[in-house]
Design a protein around this ligand. Structure first.
Ligand code: 5GP
Ligand code: MG
Length: 180
């Protein structure tokens, strides 16, 4: 499957080494606090599984599913919450996990929605952060890697729901975009 990549940006070992560091930082920051992690599906699934198993705290986990990309390679601006009940965040320390901070539209909308339910704190952890001017200015508290503004897949990130199971992160060959 890796032959579909033009370039590998981060191999599995590199990703896992970085997760060790982020997990250690999160453990230090939340040692005295009751942590609730909210993972944004589907993109953060693999990141979440590998990261959370490196955090030996009695945390709670909940998931949230939103749609903003509609299967293409560019953001569309609108964010739809595909869920009737939101996770219970009132009075909790929340750490949002997502695959990538791109335009910021999705995570800004999620942050607003969760803050309305009066959590004690909200922090944001993303595996990747694109270096670009965002539609919604937003700071992440924990970042795996900074990348250029190009479309990447693997390790949870998809192109039209494919390639999420690639163990590495890379740039998809351009001839595959639009050809699926
Ligand atoms: P936003 O533009 O709202 O910050 O990003 C929303 C979502 O778009 C991300 O959670 C992710 O699912 C998707 N996305 C943004 N950039 C990329 C990318 O380079 N590759 C993939 N596969 N998805 C991306
Ligand atoms: Mg996606």
């Amino acid at each position: 499957m890796q032959e579909n990549l033009e370039r590998v940006l981060f191999d599995e070992q590199t990703i896992l080494r970085r997760l060790d560091q982020i997990a250690a930082q999160i453990v230090t920051d939340y040692r005295e606090r009751d942590l609730t992690v909210i993972a944004v599906l589907n993109g953060s699934l693999i990141f979440m599984a590998d990261l959370l198993r490196r955090i030996p705290l009695p945390l709670k986990l909940d998931c949230l599913r939103v749609a903003s990309y509609h299967g293409g390679t560019r953001t569309t601006g609108g964010v739809v919450f595909n869920q009737v009940a939101l996770p219970d965040v009132t009075g909790r320390h929340i750490l949002i996990l997502d695959d990538i901070l791109d335009s910021g539209v999705t995570l800004a909308a999620i942050g607003e929605k969760l803050r309305a339910a009066r959590p004690l704190s909200v922090k944001l952890c993303v595996l990747l952060r694109k270096q670009k001017i965002r539609l919604r200015p937003l700071e992440a508290d924990y970042v795996g890697f900074d990348i250029r503004d190009e479309f990447v897949v693997g390790y949870g990130l998809d192109y039209q729901e494919r390639y999420r199971n690639l163990p590495c992160i890379g740039v998809l060959r351009t001839e595959l975009i639009g050809a699926a």
